[in-house]
Ligand binder design. Structure first.
Ligand code: SF4
Ligand code: F3S
Ligand code: FES
Length: 246
């Protein structure tokens, strides 16, 4: 790494990217290395952009906001799920090649793009919206105290990036498990005092592919770029299932 006079550190990184082209004659994944000039403030997403714009326009990856909000650029970076836009190159030991792979456990469509449909199918199943029994038409807003709001505050932070689900060995095993992200989003509504669909959601998660498949591995909590205590939320849903207290 070479420091420059104007205090912006400049260096060259080697990105070792797992590529896959479904349109190739014999589609198979392979590794390709790129040398990318970088600065100390660059994130992995900036390096991917430099490759795409200056070297190989066919390199495919998702991104939208570039600021950790949309959740579209989760990928496996040096063996760990992270958001490319929130990962500074200088924090990745740029003296060694940085490996970049698509999320594990979801079908690869092209290069770093995976098919998110199985992930969103589980998300839809837990009914991620406020449910009321509809018998009494409210005459004013549904009041909630700060204490009631605090119970599910952590799980409101989810950006549906799939870093947690795609780091879970139970999900890798067969892809049938609902996965931590779906449970986190169920938690967000089950513990919302204004919601009346908690029992329905718990029934859904009582499925053989539901919360009981979690083996408390904690990979999900370590992977979450929003710092959500994912495993704790799963434990709270399990407890609610036993006690029906929520
Ligand atoms: Fe991403 Fe965290 Fe939500 Fe999982 S819980 S989808 S890791 S933001
Ligand atoms: Fe998987 Fe997280 Fe449970 S990694 S096994 S969902 S604690
Ligand atoms: Fe939106 Fe990274 S591009 S979270």
């Amino acid at each position: 790494m070479t420091a420059t006079a104007d205090a912006v550190t400049q260096f060259t990184v080697t990105l070792k990217i797992e590529r896959f082209n479904p349109d190739a004659e014999n589609p198979q994944s392979y590794w390709q290395e790129f040398q990318v000039p970088a600065e100390g403030t660059d994130r992995l997403l900036d390096a991917l952009h430099k490759i795409k714009w200056d070297e190989d326009g066919s390199l495919s990856f998702r991104r939208s906001c570039a600021h950790g909000i949309c959740g579209s650029d989760a990928m496996r970076i040096n063996g760990r799920n992270r958001l490319a836009c929130k990962t500074l190159l200088k924090d990745l030991n740029p003296d060694k090649p940085i490996t970049v792979e698509p999320l594990k456990g979801l079908p690869v469509e092209k290069d770093l793009i995976v098919d998110m449909e199985p992930f969103f199918a589980s998300y839809r199943e837990i009914m991620p919206f406020l449910i009321t029994d509809g018998t009494e038409e409210p005459t004013r807003e549904r009041v909630q105290s700060p204490e009631q709001r605090a119970i599910f505050d952590d799980t409101t932070k989810c950006i549906l990036c799939a870093a947690c689900t795609a780091s879970c060995p139970v999900f890798w095993a067969d892809g049938q498990y609902f996965g931590p992200a779906a449970i986190v989003n169920a938690h967000r509504f089950i513990f919302d005092s204004r919601d009346e669909g908690g029992d329905q959601r718990l029934e859904i998660l009582n499925d053989k592919e539901g919360v009981w498949r979690c083996r408390t591995t904690f990979n999900c909590t370590e992977a979450c770029p929003r710092g959500i205590e994912v495993t704790k939320a799963i434990a709270e849903v399990k407890r609610a299932m036993l006690t029906r207290a929520f």
